[in-house]
Design a protein around this ligand. Sequence first.
Ligand code: NAD
Length: 448
Amino acid sequence: MNITVVGTGYVGLVVGACLAETGNDVICADVEAAKIDGLKRNVLPIYEPGLEAYVERNQADGRLAFTTDVAWAIGEADVVFIAVGTPPDEDGSADLRHVLDVASTIGAAMRRELVIVTKSTVPVGTAARVAEVVARAAKHAFHMVSNPEFLKEGAAVDDFMKPDRVVLGAESDFARGVMAELYAPFVRTGAPIIFMDIPSAEMTKYAANAMLATRISFMNEIANLCERVGANVDLVRRGIGSDGRIGPSFLFPGPGYGGSCFPKDVQALARTARERGTSLAILEAVEAVNARQKHRVAEKLVAAAGGSVAGMRVALWGLSFKANTDDMRESPALTVASDLLSAGATLVVHDPVALEEARKRLGDRVSYAGSGYDALRDADALVVVTDWNEYRHPDFERMRSLMRRPLIIDGRNLYSVERMGELGFEYYSIGRPDARAWAPAGQVGSRT
Ligand code: NAD
């Protein structure tokens, strides 16, 4: 099939490369010339495990091409995926400017009967608005499909190649037939294709992200309460996660959720509810809890340091909003960094892949370390913000010998409290007892 994907970001590039991998002829179009120039030379604008090999192979085999000429690319297509960004606007609703821009280009540029797929996360009613805009100039029949994307950054290729399910909102048999054929190679092991009407498909994506964000905020509040009542959230998590009705995923407390999806999607859904004369009280709370949680790591350090971090040299491990991506949009690390800097600390930051992205956002307000250990040299404290694998089993002796004061605030609960106490660290995490072996009157496993 001839596929055009408009928008070559985290989603569009993965969709394009994976559809080419299954034998389709794919053109990825984007307005950012630098991005397209790089991609033509197999230089990827993002870090995503496994993606580079797909781009290289399919480009070499002639199944994948890149262009800035969006209109030309649309003219070549049987199916167009709209995968441009839908950032929040000032009032929290999804900004549909890019989506509607693409819609008007489609109307003018289509050269045959077309299936138009909204892949971007868009509020209920958007496919109808896209159809209206396309229809103003369209000279051929077209069929709207809403096909929300559930991939996770950091595992995007795997998620797209082996989805748990494919959700397709479509209103014509033609569109359902085309999409079923396109997705057949990805659901061979039995994952369902769930067909539905278009508004329900649009809603499904928001409901999924809102549910996941709710679990995170819920567990963060439970963790904070665990600290006050002397419970350990690790044990509570295992205790509830083994209940089949609850399940073990998304129950890890941490420094708050970030990224390009949860914050904006929760906000947009809450906004939709308000616009329709109702409210989603749960989501308003989820957002407020998350905003508070992002300050917890810095607050814990201030408390551990006796009320002030002014003049302290602090190492910060992990800048991306989660492991295995260089995406720093809404990353909790930005809040942690900004809180500590404004409290007078000096920061030395490290991340396995997001340093380049971090330079754009943090500039010369922090120093950048080439390795996690380099960041620890003469540090008065370490804060761990992202759960990269390489931070999970570090050489603790080496860490101790590099640090001026062996004080760790672990925003991801990566280490055993008991072990950290035995090793002589002052160790604070989220929702678990503290280890305060280093403190002069030190007591392992004591509580604040
Ligand atoms: P992104 O910002 O990484 O990429 C968007 C791309 O669209 C950019 O390269 C931009 O230059 C391009 N673009 C903007 N306007 C354009 C136009 N008129 N013509 C051509 N290209 C244009 O965004 P993303 O993270 O890939 O997200 C895209 C959509 O998918 C969003 O709606 C997002 O909510 C949704 N989504 C994202 C994820 C994720 O994990 N990132 C997961 C599921 C769904």
